[in-house]
Ligand binder design. Structure first.
Ligand SMILES: Cc1cc2nc3c(=O)[nH]c(=O)nc-3n(C[C@H](O)[C@H](O)[C@H](O)COP(=O)(O)OP(=O)(O)OC[C@H]3O[C@@H](n4cnc5c(N)ncnc54)[C@H](O)[C@@H]3O)c2cc1C
Length: 395
């Protein structure tokens, strides 16, 4: 494509993160002409674990399997987790989920974000109807009833019947739609890194609720763990400034030495946390998916899973309409996607904010409530089943 030329597609997907690439793969069956645009290639696969990993639930795994990408992820590197152990550091409340009790082999997999992207991108690059435009940055959109147009910073213009914003929290597509994501900061950041612990992780995802914020240790296939430790801004600054030995000591103590001492720590990174949800996901010829539409706290590891479900649902709606030659980019068609996803996404955002508040302080009354609550849930079959169903992605 030469500079300043205009290319026409049926669908333009702005953003080749996890959700944008999932959508591109899921739409491949329609035969529509698709462009996926991203400013960065996914990070190359490396011997050391990437710092960004996601706990991927069973519903998302089904989507990855259906689009033919999961086997590739497996060949690169995935880490199964069979159990989940959640407890409150200020009391005796705890809850335990075991895949064996559910008749399942795993509860899900911990997968590096770049491994997910690389496997999905491989499918995209094998598609004869999809173009991967990267590196390419979207500068602006021109939207009218008749035409939807994307301008790239290098001057190229693309037009399509449907433009999907999968371009994350600061979505350019969302702004062009005039839709606001009121993102409320939690005044916290999440520190992520890979650690080795004295004792084995037992293929268990461990989560400890501390008054200062949740701390998760996620099991990796080589025996190490990926951590996500949410803390207030000032504590994050202090923790990031520590040398590796002092950080490992603080981490082990915060985790109550459940896996013994922390013996090795990789490089660390910290990500700001916030939550928010748009009021509308769709307009005529336009749709938002993933973090472009909703942000949630990572404490239950659900953000990417919700985005993957958005992508699968939007692809189904478009594919169904296109198969029977209905107007697949029309507002009334896209509304089906919005109706089907908005409730689930809002429920998850509200639940995570509630959890964050309930567990994120040491008020004695709330401490008592949550300890009783966790233990009641752990012994109450139906409620526990409901929670586990939600964590598995509705299975
Ligand atoms: C610490 C942490 C831990 C997490 N753990 C989990 C977990 O265990 N499980 C889980 O399900 N979720 C988890 N999440 C959430 C998850 O990471 C996100 O929800 C998910 O990555 C969002 O994917 P996305 O594709 O919607 O957006 P993004 O990942 O933000 O992708 C957007 C893409 O669009 C591109 N882009 C943006 N603007 C432009 C532009 N103008 N031009 C071209 N390209 C553009 C970007 O380069 C990017 O590749 C976690 C989040 C954090 C912060």
């Amino acid at each position: 494509m030469s500079a300043a030329s205009t290319s026409s597609y049926d669908v333009i997907i702005a953003g080749g993160g996890i959700t944008g690439l999932t959508l591109a793969c899921a739409l491949n069956r329609t035969g529509l002409r698709i462009a996926v645009i991203d400013q960065h290639e996914p990070r190359a696969f490396a011997k050391d674990y990437a710092l960004r990993v996601s706990a991927i639930n069973r519903a998302s795994l089904e989507v990855f399997t259906a689009v033919g990408a999961f086997e590739h992820m497996r060949r690169l590197r995935v880490s199964a987790f069979r159990e989940m152990h959640v407890w409150d550091s200020t009391g005796v409340g705890q809850i335990h989920f075991d895949s064996a009790e559910l008749g399942l082999d795993t509860l899900g997999y911990i997968i590096e974000n770049n491994v997910i992207q690389l496997a999905l991108l491989d499918r995209v690059q094998q598609s004869e109807t999809t173009d991967w435009l990267c590196p390419a940055e979207i500068e602006s959109l021109a939207i009218s009833e008749e035409m939807k147009q994307v301008r790239l910073t290098d001057g190229r213009m693309l037009t399509a019947r449907l433009i999907v914003g999968a371009d994350g929290t600061n979505s350019v597509v969302r702004k062009a739609m005039g839709i606001e994501l009121v993102r409320k900061p939690y005044q916290q950041r999440a520190i992520v890194c890979t650690v080795a612990t004295e004792y084995e992780h037992q293929l268990t995802a461990w989560q400890c609720f501390l008054p200062s914020g949740p701390l998760a240790l996620l099991p990796l296939a080589d025996g190490s763990c990926s951590i996500v430790w949410s803390l207030d801004e000032t504590r994050v600054e202090q923790m990031m400034a520590l040398d590796d030995a002092a950080f490992a000591e603080q981490l082990g103590e915060a985790f109550e030495y459940r896996l013994g001492s922390v013996k090795m720590v990789s490089a660390r990174a910290a990500f700001p946390l916030g939550h928010g949800h748009v009021d509308r996901y769709v307009q005529q010829g336009l749709a938002l998916i993933g973090d472009a539409a909703h942000n949630i706290h990572p404490l239950a590891g659900q953000g990417a899973n919700l985005g993957i479900m958005d992508a699968a649902c939007l692809a189904d709606v478009v594919a169904d309409a296109s198969r029977v030659q209905r107007q697949w980019s029309a507002l009334h068609t896209l509304r089906k996607y919005e109706r089907s996803r908005k409730g689930d996404n809002r429920l998850m955002e509200t639940t995570m904010t509630g959890f964050k508040y309930l567990f994120g302080n040491d008020n004695p009354f709330l401490t008592e409530i949550r300890n009783i609550g966790l233990n009641v849930v752990d012994h109450a079959g139906p409620i526990k089943q409901m929670l586990i169903n939600q964590a598995l992605g509705g299975h």
